[in-house]
Write a protein of this length. Structure first.
Lengths: 246, 153
């Protein structure tokens, strides 16, 4: 039975193929069998995790606590120079220019991306806004968030920074960024489940050296990553603690 | 003004009644050991404090304590996190240059193998309304404490 590799559902669509190429590269390098299983939503992925169907996961930091503390996963690596940051944007014509201009009862459009939603809500606190005095609508992806803003069906929208900048110029020209997070330390991590513990060092060594190999560097490029760096268990515990404060 | 700390240390600082705004989108992050000694902090922590990294590392977190903060607030913080629980509150911090900045702070214990090994504090931009509610409250608490320094935190 091959090990199952999955990726946080918030990966950008243009990098789906990259994760399949990564899977092939990993199998050849490790001489182990891996199978890619992707999920359309965080809930579906969490069900698979709960059923112990996942062995290797590129995880959203929000899910790291559950994976590490409840399911016994251990951190292998984190992407180099790739932190998760959030953007709050509005329609370009809106008469607001800062978070403090926002008033209660406004309509927020968001996705099921948990860390982006958490960071977005956190950045609204300075305007005394929270889930109890706002209207939150969840849609299936960042293009739909933009669409809701352009059609003035929502006042503000939460975006993953990378996803916002992947929007077409035409769309971005009609949107306005109110705030961008600069947190730097929240990022996705690659975690290995209990069944892979015996291969932990081998996998970690392959990953951190991946960018030094021309073929590996090409695979990384297809995934939109620059490389991997070793993630210690304490690094992960610290990020989990930090997420717990948000 | 001379500030006194619980461990017997004291220092003289110039207090300037001028606020430095919390930077948008940032988080100020620091970690201490169980005695409150700084072990890790991020660039935002250094930037807002006005100190250099070298001046902060290994120092007690109380280096940021503003004399307008009542000791009871910090006692509540320590009592809460030492029980293994999360604490949150609004804190007026003192910079090296004597200016101040307000934060919404959340502090959690770092539990490893069932034991508290330190504390992580994350501060974000506070709401002005919340600050305005805290100012008279803290002044009242401070007056009740009857002193301008911190004997217990």
């Amino acid at each position: 039975m091959p090990y199952v590799l999955t990726v946080s559902p918030d990966f950008t669509p243009k990098h789906i193929a990259g994760w399949y190429i990564f899977n092939t590269w990993l199998q050849r390098q490790s001489d182990m069998g891996f199978h890619v299983e992707l999920y359309n939503s965080f809930n579906k992925q969490r069900e698979a995790i709960a059923d112990n169907k996942i062995d290797l996961i590129y995880a959203n930091p929000y899910d790291a606590a559950m994976l590490v503390r409840e399911k016994g996963f251990k951190a292998l690596a984190a992407p180099l120079a790739k932190a998760d940051e959030a953007i709050i944007a509005c329609n370009g014509e809106a008469k607001i220019s800062a978070i403090e201009d926002l008033k209660p009862d406004l309509k927020i459009v968001t996705t099921d991306d948990p860390d982006v939603h958490l960071m977005g809500m956190m950045m609204l606190e300075s305007a005394d806004l929270d889930k109890d005095n706002t209207n939150i609508e969840e849609v299936d992806g960042y293009v739909l968030v933009a669409k809701k803003l352009l059609q003035q069906q929502a006042d503000i929208g939460f975006f993953l920074k990378d996803a916002y900048h992947d929007l077409s110029r035409l769309i971005k020209d009609d949107l306005k960024i109110l705030i961008t997070s600069e947190i730097f330390v929240i990022r996705h991590i690659l975690l290995a489940g209990p069944e892979l513990q015996q291969h932990h060092q081998q996998l970690q060594s392959l990953l951190v050296n991946m960018h030094n190999d021309p073929k590996g560097a090409s695979v990384l490029d297809s995934m939109g990553l620059k490389g991997w760096e070793k993630q210690t268990q304490e690094d992960t515990e610290f990020m989990i603690d930090l997420m717990d404060t948000l | 003004m001379k500030l006194h700390y619980y461990d017997g240390n004291e220092r003289t600082v110039d207090i300037i009644d001028q606020e430095v705004p919390f930077p948008d989108g940032r988080l100020i992050v620091s970690r201490t050991d169980t005695a409150g000694v700084l072990t890790h902090f991020n660039q935002s922590f250094t930037d807002m404090s006005g100190y250099t990294e070298e001046e902060l590392m290994g120092k007690n977190h109380y280096i940021l304590r503003h004399p307008d903060m009542p000791a009871a607030a910090f006692k509540d913080l320590w009592d809460t996190v030492q029980k293994g629980e999360k604490w949150s509150g609004y804190v007026k911090n003192l910079r090296k240059d004597g200016l101040f900045y307000w934060v919404h702070a959340v502090v959690i214990p770092n539990v490893r193998s069932g034991e508290i090994v330190g504390y992580t504090s994350v501060r974000r931009k506070p709401s002005r309304n919340k600050i305005n509610q805290c100012i008279p409250l803290y002044a009242e608490m401070l007056a009740e404490e009857g002193e301008q320094s911190c004997p217990t935190c």
